[in-house]
Ligand binder design. Structure first.
Ligand code: PMP
Length: 292
């Protein structure tokens, strides 16, 4: 397996994967207290790199991390990791920034006195769902966090409610779990955003209770540039069941058609959805940014 001997960057050094470890005193082990980004690497560069680094910085600032590495330092760490592994294509990077090591166990951020800890884990990975003609999803009883509980704009590593939704999908034998917000409107899938097509218009939920995904932003931008009507809206399950097309977006899966929701077949024959998929495929390399 190609990933067997990869090297992983932790704090300031590269380690063979077997030696790539964080302390049991790290905030991520004790409280899921970390922020993260998933990055896609092509020979042309990293897709929407600056937007990912900005989101990482904003999440870390919201959580009051200290000693947050600069964008320049993070880019250098990524470059070092890719160089050490001889990687430049078909690579997925899991970038994690933990609050850092604690001096004793506990939740209080003041027991973290060593500054934040950057982890760059680069692996060869194909796009998820790349070979599938579409995915099947179910709506779950797990509600997506709304701002009054834990702001979904923070891209934190406390993924337990998404994991519970994914478990419900697994038990049902489906590919992903759909999460509603606390009002019962559609929020997103457990690891990607959602769009629907209806009568020539593209809709996606407001980013109130979903991650404002970077791929979601790219799709909105591409629609606007190509005069395709796009609207943010409160969407119900019934609207999704009866859409002309539904698709998921995310860095790791790019655009994936959803062909079934709660046992209802969803159409994937409409021209608009095909058009957006090809616009995305033809333009994604234009969103790549060099590290240096
Ligand atoms: N929603 C959730 C819950 C996610 O974890 C992700 C992936 N980070 C996304 C949506 C997609 O976001 P992006 O397009 O920025 O990868």
């Amino acid at each position: 397996e190609r990933n067997r001997d990869i090297k992983v960057f932790i704090k300031d050094k590269l380690h063979h994967r077997d030696e790539a470890k964080v302390s049991v005193f790290d905030s991520s082990v004790q409280g899921g207290d970390a922020v993260w980004e998933g990055l896609r690497v092509y020979p042309e560069g990293v897709v929407c790199l600056d937007k990912h680094l900005t989101r990482l910085h904003e999440s870390a600032k919201t959580l009051a991390f200290v000693d947050i590495p600069s964008k320049k330092a993070i880019k250098e760490a990524i470059q070092k990791t890719l160089d050490a592994n001889g990687m430049n294509d078909e690579v997925h990077i899991r970038l994690t920034l933990t609050r850092g090591e604690k001096i004793t166990s506990g939740m209080d951020p003041r027991v973290n006195q060593n500054g934040s800890c950057l982890i760059v884990l680069a692996e060869w990975k194909p796009l998820v769902y790349d070979n599938s003609s579409g995915i099947k999803v179910i709506s779950t009883s797990q509600r997506r966090n709304a701002p009054q509980f834990l702001d979904s704009k923070i891209h934190h590593a406390n993924l337990l409610n998404n994991i519970l939704a994914k478990i419900q999908a697994n038990v049902a034998g489906k590919d992903a779990g759909l999460m509603l917000d606390e009002r019962g409107f559609v929020a997103e899938l457990n690891g990607s955003n959602i769009f629907m097509v209806k009568e020539g218009v593209i809709y996606t939920p407001y980013a109130h209770a979903c991650l404002p995904g970077i791929t979601r932003g790219t799709v909105i931008e591409l629609c606007k540039e190509n005069n395709i009507p796009i609207e943010e809206a409160d969407l119900t399950l019934s609207q999704l069941y009866n859409a002309d097309g539904v698709f998921a977006t995310g860095t790791m899966g790019e655009l994936t058609p959803i062909i079934e929701i709660d046992g209802r077949a969803i159409l994937d024959k409409n021209e608009l959805q095909q058009k957006i998929r090809s616009l995305f495929k033809n333009n994604i390399k234009g969103y790549c940014e060099k590290l240096t």
